[in-house]
Design a protein around this ligand. Structure first.
Ligand code: PMP
Length: 767
């Protein structure tokens, strides 16, 4: 459609008897002109293609007419009648049908051009919309009941367009919000008030005069939908470019509520509705950019919509709901005074007391959002420690995989099922060729337990070599191979068949980072154990260690260490087990598995934690020979291990790591983080060492860099203060002085910058 201004003025004269000049105006899907008549009156002249139905345009005219007779008379354009007394004129031009209309022109300037956006203006926006929606209560022209992509009720349908978003982080955030819409909004949609709404009170449609919202144009998005969407959509645009979106939204909500009272239910989902609208907007822009649209209107708010989505995901939705409720004089939904004493006493009564809780004041986390966690007091935390939520808390890819398989079938492995074989195949494809047979279990402990059993079957030996300070789990056998437990408080000491080798700690051990032969030297400790066994006519069944030490203090292994150790163990007839529970699945950036850094291939790998993104899944993957030895006639059955839902979760995790290039992301983000942390060492002598690979990082704190006296209890103060600033960290290491950083892999560069800045601030305080 491309009418010239001259044609515009000719049509105005022909059908409406108006002599006017025409000047082009922007439009989303209609062609618009500004008409200036001889008498000085201004009008907008709109030409719609036949894809917009005449009945819909008539409904718009009726609604505008209705509103023009409401309490906010003058706030809306109205249609002029043509020579036949009709609001819409249908013409045929070059064989095609067009509908033309002339609307009265509203004075004022657009919201987007208002320089002084004060609180009063935001409140007036709410008042304007509230009065409008009150006037439209019960109004529902047939033509507004329609299937329309911009209908906020249908936000989840934008999921189909997520693939147009190329940037992984942005796509993930939009997908997250659409999942939340499905979870928090969709189930209650049918309970919400519905009516015909304007549906597009955006910053280019709202008019401002004398410091208040005075008008609203363009009824092209008019739709029968949840009434609250009118407010949500207006918020989505009014909050663009703001630094405090929830505070501004509260003013709009307040104004709206004063004219047309909102319900608690509407208020509590407003945050998700605003995000829903932004997701429709960004997916539409992504689709248009994919199809090379040059219409600037398609991209007007794209960058700022993303910025607002980023602001929203850092905002606890409960905080938003609470602020909105307060602005309406309703009961707040947060209770900042709750010290959890009643929950704690119930927990103490019904739950074993050594199931410990972190932090001096416990956290009650109620929702997860990728790398963020929300507590019940309205605060948002950046999760810097949860390596279980590998691809992010509530990653939609994993949630949907679990949801849909749970709705189809979940049963044990006594029946054939495609999921178990296809997942095993996908998992084995990530591993060296000789690691080819999978056993699926429910936890890392169970996996280590099974791994040890299999090693004993295969070798016929009983003794196990472990690393000092290691942790491998909580089952009886896993505890027996965990010095961290058996040497700790309440521990039972090493069983006679368990042998501790020295931890190859380049920072604290006898051989340091500058010693090129440190790996071999530390391996001597294993050699001595093997020799000791030989003297007793024994051989080791297995050597087990993590491929970067977690509980042992976030320690990368010295170069060549495992090569040497594996050789000693194998030549004595033992098998080598790599516990990848903490570090596997691309976390270390340079490789998918920790053992690859050491250029070795274990005989058994143990996988857990991130494998199911929080779904209880773990695995043992072994060589064919070990699997054959284990298959000795005794049945191996595991009720939950390998069930279709767990397999779907595991498959989703693998797919997401690949699709979102998370291994590469871990490398880049982790390297940036470690560089920044090392820079911090120049300023804060308490940082004795920064080490790690990818997003598995340790920061060792010392009181003195020479004596390396551990900075305890300083580290606890630091962790608490970081929590106060919204960063969840924890401590590890035999001396309890290592800050452990192993966040969900989706942590962003900006998150890391913020983390280091907060740490800098905390370390600058008196500890
Ligand atoms: N191995 C390692 C290295 C671990 O860190 C852990 C848990 N922290 C386990 C095994 C045990 O896993 P789970 O808690 O799933 O039993």
């Amino acid at each position: 459609m491309n009418f010239s201004p001259e044609q515009g003025s000719l049509l105005a004269y022909e059908h409406y008897g108006i002599t006017a000049t025409a000047r082009p105006l922007n439009g989303y899907d209609e062609q618009n002109f500004l008409l200036t008549a001889q008498d000085g009156n201004k009008y907008t002249f709109k030409i719609a293609g036949s894809d917009i139905s005449r009945t819909f345009l008539e409904a718009q005219a009726d609604v505008m007419h209705h509103l023009d007779h409401s309490s906010i008379q003058g706030g809306f354009p109205v249609c002029l009648e043509n020579k036949q007394g009709k609001a819409i004129t249908t013409i045929t031009y070059e064989g095609k049908e067009y509908h033309i209309r002339i609307l009265t022109y509203l004075e004022g300037h657009f919201w987007v051009d208002e320089k002084n956006k004060n609180n009063f203006l935001y409140e007036s926006l709410g008042e304007f919309l509230g009065a409008m929606d009150r006037s439209l209560e019960g109004i529902c022209p047939d033509a507004t009941v329609r299937n329309y992509v911009w209908d906020n009720n249908r936000a989840p349908e934008a999921e189909k367009k997520l693939h147009f978003i190329r940037d992984h982080e942005k796509r993930r955030i939009a997908a997250y919000f659409l999942l939340q819409f499905r979870t928090e909004v969709t189930p209650v949609l049918s309970e919400l008030r519905h009516a015909c709404i304007h549906g597009d009170a955006n910053d280019y449609n709202l008019l401002v005069r004398n410091g208040r919202v005075s008008g609203l144009i363009d009824f092209g998005d008019m739709i029968y939908s949840a009434t609250i969407n009118n407010l949500a959509i207006a918020c989505a645009y009014a909050l663009l470019h703001t630094e405090d979106p929830i505070e501004k939204a509260s003013l709009i909500v307040k104004g709206y509520h004063s004219q047309y009272p909102l319900t608690e239910q509407e208020i509590d989902i407003l945050y998700y509705l605003i995000a829903g609208r932004l997701c429709i907007s960004v997916t539409q822009s992504a689709e248009k950019s994919y199809s090379n649209s040059e219409n600037e209107h398609h991209f007007l708010s794209e960058q700022s919509a993303w910025r607002l989505l980023y602001q929203l995901i850092r905002t606890n939705p409960l905080y938003a709901a609470d602020q909105f409720r307060r602005s309406c004089g309703m009961m707040p939904c947060l209770n900042p005074e709750d010290d959890y004493s009643s929950l704690l006493s119930e927990r103490n009564r019904y739950i074993g007391r050594n199931l410990s809780i972190s932090y001096r004041t416990p956290l009650k986390i109620v929702k997860g959002a990728l790398q963020y966690l929300y507590d019940d007091k309205g605060k948002t935390y950046l999760d810097c420690v949860n390596n279980v939520s590998h691809v992010g808390h509530c990653h939609p890819g994993v949630v949907y995989a679990i949801q849909s398989q749970a709705a189809i079938l979940n049963t044990n492995t006594r029946y054939l099922h495609d999921n178990i074989t296809s997942y095993a195949k996908a998992l084995v494809d990530t591993l060296p060729e000789r690691l080819s047979v999978c056993y699926f279990v429910n936890s890392g402990s169970e996996a280590n337990d099974l791994a040890i059993r299999m090693a004993r079957h295969f070798t016929g030996h009983n003794d196990i070599v472990v690393l000092d300070h290691a942790y491998h789990g909580t089952s009886t056998l896993a505890m027996e191979i965990s010095p961290y437990k058996f040497d700790g408080i309440g521990g039972f000491g090493a069983r006679h068949y368990i042998h501790k080798a020295a931890s190859p700690n380049l920072y604290r051990g006898p051989y340091g980072i500058d010693d090129e032969a440190a790996g071999e030297k530390y391996a001597q400790s294993v050699k001595e154990i093997v020799q000791g066994l030989e003297r007793e006519d024994k051989s080791p069944a297995a050597f087990i260690c993590e491929t970067l030490l977690g509980v042992g203090g976030q320690i990368p292994l010295p170069t060549g260490y495992l090569k040497q150790v594996y050789q000693y163990i194998r030549s004595a007839g033992g098998v080598c087990i790599a516990d990848e529970v903490q570090v596997g699945f691309g976390r270390i950036g340079e490789a998918f598995w920790g053992f690859e850094l050491q250029e070795v291939t274990p005989d058994i790998v143990v996988l857990g934690k991130p494998i199911g993104n929080g779904h209880p899944l773990a695995a043992v993957v072994v060589t064919q020979a070990i699997a054959d030895a284990f298959n000795n006639g005794m049945e191996y059955f595991n009720t939950f291990g390998g069930n279709p839902v767990s397999m779907a979760a595991g498959m989703a995790v693998l797919n997401i790591i690949r699709q979102e290039e998370l291994q590469q992301h871990a490398l880049n983000t982790g390297n940036g983080l470690m560089d920044d942390l090392r820079k911090l060492m120049e300023k804060h002598t308490i940082i004795g060492d920064v080490r790690g690979h990818g997003l598995f990082v340790g920061v060792e704190l010392v009181r003195n860099r020479v004596s390396k006296e551990p900075a305890v209890p300083e580290i606890d103060v630091i962790v608490e203060r970081m929590k106060g600033r919204g960063f969840l960290l924890s401590t590890d290491g035999p001396l309890h002085n290592v800050l452990k950083i192993k966040p969900p892999m989706v942590i962003s560069r900006q998150n890391c910058v913020d983390l280091v800045q907060a740490l800098d601030e905390v370390l600058s305080e008196e500890l």
